[in-house]
Design a protein around this ligand. Structure first.
Ligand SMILES: *[C@@H]1O[C@H](CO)[C@@H](O)[C@H](O)[C@H]1NC(C)=O
Ligand SMILES: *[C@@H]1O[C@H](CO)[C@@H](O)[C@H](O)[C@H]1NC(C)=O
Ligand SMILES: *[C@@H]1O[C@H](CO)[C@@H](O)[C@H](O)[C@H]1NC(C)=O
Ligand SMILES: *[C@@H]1O[C@H](CO)[C@@H](O)[C@H](O)[C@H]1NC(C)=O
Ligand SMILES: *[C@@H]1O[C@H](CO)[C@@H](O)[C@H](O)[C@H]1NC(C)=O
Ligand SMILES: *[C@@H]1O[C@H](CO)[C@@H](O)[C@H](O)[C@H]1NC(C)=O
Length: 279
């Protein structure tokens, strides 16, 4: 049991309830949420990750350690030309050992940083998150939640390539999500919004009955919600809901309220992504 789990068990005990958010993003990376407010309704022993790369917070991830995939990543969309980068996939040392760095890195970099042998580092990482071997020959893409083409600048793009920001997606779904949802935001909707005000939360509905390598959940659904302030001061929001199978359909015409209803049903609690009447 790691320190974060111990902490949450202890807090839940002292508060006499497990309904309280006993750990949260704690102002460390609240700026990635609309009005600095994280989604309501997900409190369930998840891990709260401020995704740090090259000494800067890049976005926030709520991570489901039982299923080894993120419940969501929350980020600010940046205008960009969608130049893809080939990056090595990174991992999250702090999940494996709370005394390890709070910054994403490759396993090689972590071995170097901790000065521990690979045979010591690797099992601790594998116990707490997905790794490259999970995806190799699995038939699934490493599907980004915060995608490269919604970020600008080399470091912001690089920071999306970390396993805690990804879930298994069939290739066909991954491609359609890119064309039908990510491009809709990039090419059509973001133009109507103030740069720097486009808040996006993209997540999954984990399915513990379907896993690759008997470890990493293949989510049944990939969803997303966007809220921004338009150039005329009004707020614009949309939501999307995709069935994560090779031929699964993607609906990009939902309201955030409709998505909240779907997610509330799936998570068995009252989910409110933006928790604001403006979206
Ligand atoms: C995209 O590319 C065009 C043409 O090269 C350039 O003028 C523009 O500034 C770029 N936009 C971004 C957001 O990088
Ligand atoms: C290993 O760590 C040292 C500093 O401790 C650093 O100078 C070097 O670049 C690192 N090498 C790699 C491959 O990360
Ligand atoms: C990188 O992301 C941060 C946080 O979202 C943002 O403030 C910054 O402007 C981005 N950098 C570039 C080059 O777009
Ligand atoms: C997005 O923009 C393109 C080009 O401006 C347009 O052809 C397309 O119909 C738009 N799609 C939606 C869903 O608005
Ligand atoms: C801003 O523009 C949107 C669509 O372009 C429109 O629906 C909305 O009413 C406008 N708001 C104001 C305050 O003019
Ligand atoms: C914010 O979340 C709380 C807790 O789920 C809920 O009671 C409240 O109605 C939400 N507010 C809005 C504006 O969605």
């Amino acid at each position: 049991m790691n320190a974060m789990v111990l902490l949450s068990v202890a807090s839940a005990f002292f508060m006499g309830t497990n309904q309280e958010v006993v750990q949260s993003f704690n102002n460390k990376c609240d700026n990635f949420f609309f009005q600095n407010t994280e989604p309501a309704g997900f409190e369930n022993n998840y891990e709260y990750i401020c995704q740090v790369y090259n000494n800067q917070n890049r976005y926030a991830t709520l991570f489901d350690q039982q299923n080894l995939i993120p419940v969501y990543s929350a980020y600010i969309y940046q205008d960009n030309n969608c130049t893809n980068r080939m990056d090595s996939w990174k991992l999250e040392p702090q999940l494996a050992d709370s005394s390890w760095p709070k910054e994403m890195m490759t396993i090689i970099e972590l071995v170097n940083k901790t000065k521990l042998p690979l045979e010591t580092v690797e099992p601790k990482i594998e116990a707490t998150q997905a790794v490259r071997e999970d995806y190799v020959n699995s038939g699934f893409d490493i599907g980004h939640l915060n995608p490269v083409c919604h970020q600008n600048g080399a470091d912001n793009k690089t920071a999306t390539c970390t396993f805690t920001n990804a879930a298994p997606m069939p290739h066909g779904f991954n491609v359609r999500w890119f064309h039908q949802y990510e491009n809709l935001i990039r090419k059509n909707l973001s133009q109507q919004c103030h740069q720097g005000s486009v808040f996006i939360v993209t997540g999954t509905i984990p399915d513990s009955t379907q896993k690759i390598k008997n470890r990493v959940s293949i989510p049944s659904v990939v969803w997303s919600a966007m809220c921004c302030q338009m150039n005329n001061g009004s707020y614009l929001s949309i939501a999307a809901y995709g069935i994560n199978t090779d031929t699964g359909t993607i609906d990009t015409t939902l309201t955030v309220a409709q998505l909240n209803i779907y997610l509330s049903r799936a998570f068995g609690s009252t989910v409110s992504i933006f928790n604001s009447t403006l979206c």
